[in-house]
Write a protein that binds this ligand. Structure first.
Ligand code: GSH
Length: 324
């Protein structure tokens, strides 16, 4: 764990000292958008046209943010158009690495570099900041298009439609405000809430995060008792964003991040909904519990200093979901 300062790697854990023990996630640095014709998107610069084979995605199977991008790549039929490199699940002193001694890792398929940080310095040699997954790389310009998953999934949702003919739309015009409102509620309380509980270094910061988390899960369970999906009868971006946190809940967050008032399987509707999304065509293959369980317990030595990976519950995500 560390970060780049003026292009040099500096090992350090998250500094919660300046924020009263609370974990604060940095904002992503690369915010360009792939568009059908290369015209500029909502932020960053233009010049990133949707083309087959031009872009490459760097992910960790462990990371919930990277997981979103893998799900959209699958749902939108982009497998033949956007390549993927998978980092090693252990994120230690060197940060994310391209070591290949764990099943499912690929190494750096573009350049054969040893560390993910080398991809960042290849884009900007004197870069400062955290080295995070996912990273969307442009082979044509030799730079990073985006390292912000919420924006990468929106590019995948529509930019390549002309190329793939896949018109599935997870952010339809009529539901955009509702999706935005749902994301705004779920991101701080749930997606990032589990991290805020787990990385808190004061009781007060933990208490604040964990109560909001479970209040929101209670609300979601009730909501999903009345609606098939978050926005009604149609699966949207908001569902996929929630799914990547839910699928990690009992295997990791319940124990490792001390999110233990209830397990996911204690919420009947949330649990059935999670199984339905897991069983959606193409999604199961994006879920690598071996990477998920190994990464969190082995990498966060401030939380788990002996790096013992627990046995974990047996969870049947393939059990019939009974919804719809
Ligand atoms: N804003 C980013 C956040 C990505 C992120 O925080 N990824 C984590 C892994 S789950 C990471 O790579 N952390 C490394 C670090 O913070 O040094 C996104 O959603 O794409």
């Amino acid at each position: 764990m560390g970060q780049l300062i003026d292009g040099h790697w500096t090992p350090a854990w998250y500094d919660t000292g300046a924020s009263g023990g609370a974990f604060v996630r940095d904002t992503a640095r690369f915010r360009n958008w792939i568009t059908p014709d290369g015209s500029p998107g909502p932020s960053g610069s233009g010049g990133f046209a949707a083309e087959s084979g031009r872009y490459h995605l760097y992910v960790s199977y462990a990371c919930p943010w990277a997981h979103r991008t893998l799900i959209f790549r699958a749902l939108k039929g982009l497998g033949d158009h956007i390549g993927v490199s998978v980092v090693h699940p252990d994120m230690l002193d060197d940060g994310w690495t391209f070591a290949t001694d764990f099943p499912g890792t690929t190494g750096d398929r573009l350049f054969g570099l040893p560390f993910l940080r080398d991809i960042y310095t290849r884009a900007v040699p004197d870069i400062s900041g955290r080295v995070t997954v996912p990273v969307l790389w442009d082979r044509a310009q030799g730079t990073i298009v985006s390292n912000e998953s919420s924006e990468i999934i929106r590019m995948f949702n529509s930019a390549f439609d002309g190329l793939t003919g896949n018109r599935a739309d997870f952010r339809p015009e009529a539901l955009r405000d509702g999706i935005e409102a749902m994301n705004a509620r779920i991101y701080p309380a749930v997606n990032n809430g589990v991290y805020r509980a787990g990385f808190a270094t004061t009781q007060a910061a933990y208490d604040e995060a964990v109560h909001l988390l479970f209040d929101t899960l209670d609300w979601l369970d009730a909501h999903l008792g009345r609606h098939r999906y978050l926005l009604g009868d149609r699966v949207t971006e908001a569902d996929w964003r929630l799914f990547t946190t839910l699928v990690r809940f009992d295997p990791v967050y319940h124990l490792h991040f001390k999110c233990n008032r209830r397990r996911l399987i204690d919420y009947p509707d949330l649990w059935a909904y999670t199984r339905e999304l897991y069983q959606w065509p193409g999604v199961r293959e994006t879920v690598r519990l071996d990477h998920i369980v190994r990464h969190y317990h082995f990498s966060h030595d401030t939380i788990n200093p002996h790096r013992i990976v627990p046995i974990n519950p047996l969870i049947d995500f393939d059990a019939p979901h009974g919804r719809g």
